[in-house]
Write a protein that binds this ligand. Structure first.
Ligand SMILES: C[S@@+](CC[C@H](N)C(=O)[O-])C[C@H]1O[C@@H](n2cnc3c(N)ncnc32)[C@H](O)[C@@H]1O
Length: 213
C-alpha cells in the first residue's frame, strides 16, 4: 500500500535537499544489483534520519539492520567529531558491497560495521546511545527495544522503521501473519510505555519515534 499519492510524493522529493552523489549511487546500485531493494530507506526517509541526527548531535548511534548502508550513512551525518555509529547486520553476503560504500564516504571512519545477530551482540555493547534505529527482522522488534532501552540515555531517541508494514497493521478480514502481529504488539507496547513519549509518522512505511523521559 502506498500511503501518499504518487504526485505528492514526487513533489515532496523535488522540494527536499538532494542526496549526496555517494548516496545517489548507493541508491541506484542497490536497486540495480541487490535483492529486496525496497528495504533501503531512500531519499525522503534518509533526509529525515539525517535531520534527526543533526538535531540530536549524537555521540553514539546504534543501528540494527544495515542492509547496504544507506540509513547508516544518513544517520552518521549528525555525529559529533568523536561520534561513532555501530551498525549490525546478520547477512554477510552484502558485507563487501556495503563496506565499499562506507570506505568511500568521508564519514566512513565513524561507522563501526558488525556482522552479527543483533540479539546476541547488543547485550555485549558497553555503550550509552543517544539515538537507536531499529530496522531489522520484525519478529524481534520488541526484543531489540527491551535490549537497548537501558543503554539509551534519558532524552535519547529510538526510531523504528516499517511500523505500518505496507498498511497490513490496519487490514481487517484476513488472517494476521506473524510479522504483522509482531508490529501490532510493538506499536502497542511503545505507545503504552510510561517511560517514553512517542509519535508514529506515516512516512514511507511508517516510522515510530520514541524519546525517553
Ligand atoms: C530493512 S533492511 C535494513 C535497511 C537499512 N537500515 C536501510 O535503511 O537502508 C533489514 C536488515 O536487517 C537484517 N537483519 C535481519 N535479521 C537480523 C538480525 N537478527 N540481526 C542483525 N540484522 C538482521 C537483514 O539482513 C537486512 O539487511
Amino acid at each position: 500500500m502506498d500511503f501518499l499519492p504518487a504526485a505528492i510524493e514526487a513533489y515532496a522529493l523535488a522540494h527536499t535537499s538532494a542526496e549526496s552523489p555517494l548516496l545517489a549511487q548507493l541508491n541506484r546500485e542497490t536497486h540495480a544489483k541487490v535483492l529486496q531493494s525496497r528495504m533501503l530507506s531512500g531519499h525522503l526517509q534518509g533526509r529525515l534520519l539525517a535531520l534527526f541526527s543533526t538535531i540530536l548531535r549524537p555521540r553514539r548511534i546504534l543501528e540494527i539492520g544495515t542492509y547496504t548502508g544507506y540509513s547508516a550513512l544518513c544517520l552518521a551525518e549528525g555525529l559529533t567529531d568523536e561520534g561513532l555509529l555501530i551498525t549490525i547486520d546478520i547477512n554477510e553476503e552484502l558485507e563487501a558491497f556495503t563496506r565499499s560504500f562506507f570506505e568511500r564516504s568521508p564519514l566512513g571512519h565513524k561507522i563501526d560495521f558488525r556482522i552479527a545477530n543483533a540479539a546476541t551482540l547488543i547485550p555485549t555493547l558497553d555503550e550509552t546511545f543517544d539515538l537507536v534505529f531499529i530496522d531489522a527482522d520484525k519478529l524481534n522488534y520488541g526484543l531489540y527495544y527491551d535490549l537497548v532501552f537501558d543503554k539509551v540515555r534519558p532524552g535519547g531517541v529510538i526510531i523504528a522503521d516499517n511500523v505500518l508494514w505496507s498498511g497490513k497493521i490496519v487490514q481487517t478480514g484476513r488472517k494476521i501473519d506473524k510479522d504483522t502481529q509482531a508490529l501490532l504488539d510493538f506499536n502497542q507496547k511503545l505507545h503504552h510505555d510510561p517511560r517514553v513519549s512517542n509519535v508514529l509518522l506515516p512516512v514511507r512505511d511508517g516510522l515510530m519515534i520514541v524519546w525517553k523521559h
